[in-house]
Design a protein around this ligand. Structure first.
Ligand SMILES: *[C@@H]1O[C@H](CO)[C@@H](O)[C@H](O)[C@H]1NC(C)=O
Length: 204
C-alpha cells in the first residue's frame, strides 16, 4: 500500500511538473509572439513577417535595430535561395525558354546580383550603427534597401506578359515576388529604426 501511495504521489508530482512546464512554455511563446507581432505591425506583409521573423523574438524583443537586422538577414537568405534557383534555371532550362524569357532570365540574374549586393551593404551598416553617424547611416540604409527592391521589381518586369516560360518561370516569378515582400518588410523595419532614432540603439 505504502509503495502504491508513493507512486501515486510521484505520479501527481510528475503531472504537476508537466502542467507547470506547459504553462511556462505557453507564457513564453505568448511573449515571443507579441514581440514579433508588435515589430511586424509596421510591415505590409504581416503574416510573412511574423512567419519569417518569429525565431528572433527572444533576442530582438523591443529593439528596432535588432529587428531591422533580422529583417535584412532573412531577406539575404531568401535572395540567395532565389539566386541559386536562377542559376539552376539558366543551366538546365535555358534552351527550353521561348520569346523574351531568355533575355529576361539573363537580365534577372544581373539585377539579382545587385539586389544581394545592396542587401549586404545594408547589413554592413546595421552591424556598425553609431550615434555619431546615425542620420547618414539611415539615409544610406533606405537608399540601399530601396535599390534592392527596385532591382527585384526590374527582374519581374522582364517576364511581364511573356508566355512560354513554363512552370519553372512561374515558380521563379513567385519566388522573386516573395523576395520583394521580404525586402519591403525589411525596409519598413529599417524605416521604423530611423524614426525611433538614437534612443533605440540598445546594442553597442
Ligand atoms: C518566402 O520566403 C520565406 C522566408 O525565407 C520562406 O520561408 C518561404 O518558403 C518563401 N515562399 C516562397 C513561395 O518562396
Amino acid at each position: 500500500m505504502a509503495t502504491g501511495a508513493r507512486s501515486f504521489m510521484s505520479l501527481l508530482f510528475i503531472l504537476f511538473a508537466w502542467l507547470h512546464t506547459i504553462d511556462l512554455c505557453q507564457s513564453a511563446s505568448v511573449n515571443e509572439n507579441s514581440y514579433v507581432q508588435d515589430a511586424c505591425s509596421v510591415t505590409q506583409y504581416q503574416d510573412l513577417c511574423v512567419h519569417s521573423l518569429a525565431s528572433f523574438s527572444n533576442t530582438a524583443m523591443r529593439s528596432p535595430s535588432k529587428w531591422a537586422r533580422a529583417g535584412v538577414s532573412v531577406t539575404i537568405g531568401e535572395a540567395k535561395t532565389v539566386n541559386q534557383y536562377l542559376i539552376r534555371l539558366k543551366n538546365h532550362y535555358y534552351r527550353r525558354l521561348r520569346g523574351r524569357n531568355r533575355v529576361a532570365l539573363l537580365d534577372c540574374m544581373e539585377t539579382f546580383q545587385d539586389t544581394i549586393d545592396q542587401l549586404h551593404k545594408s547589413l554592413g551598416i546595421l552591424r556598425k550603427l553609431s550615434a555619431a553617424n546615425f542620420e547618414s547611416q539611415m539615409g544610406d540604409l533606405t537608399t540601399f534597401m530601396s535599390a534592392a527592391l527596385t532591382d527585384e521589381n526590374t527582374c519581374l518586369d522582364g517576364f511581364e506578359g511573356q508566355r512560354g516560360g513554363g512552370a519553372q518561370v512561374n515558380l521563379l516569378k513567385n519566388r522573386v515576388l516573395n523576395a520583394t515582400y521580404l525586402t519591403s518588410n525589411a525596409l519598413a523595419l529599417v524605416n521604423k529604426l530611423a524614426t525611433s532614432g538614437l534612443n533605440s540603439l540598445t546594442d553597442p
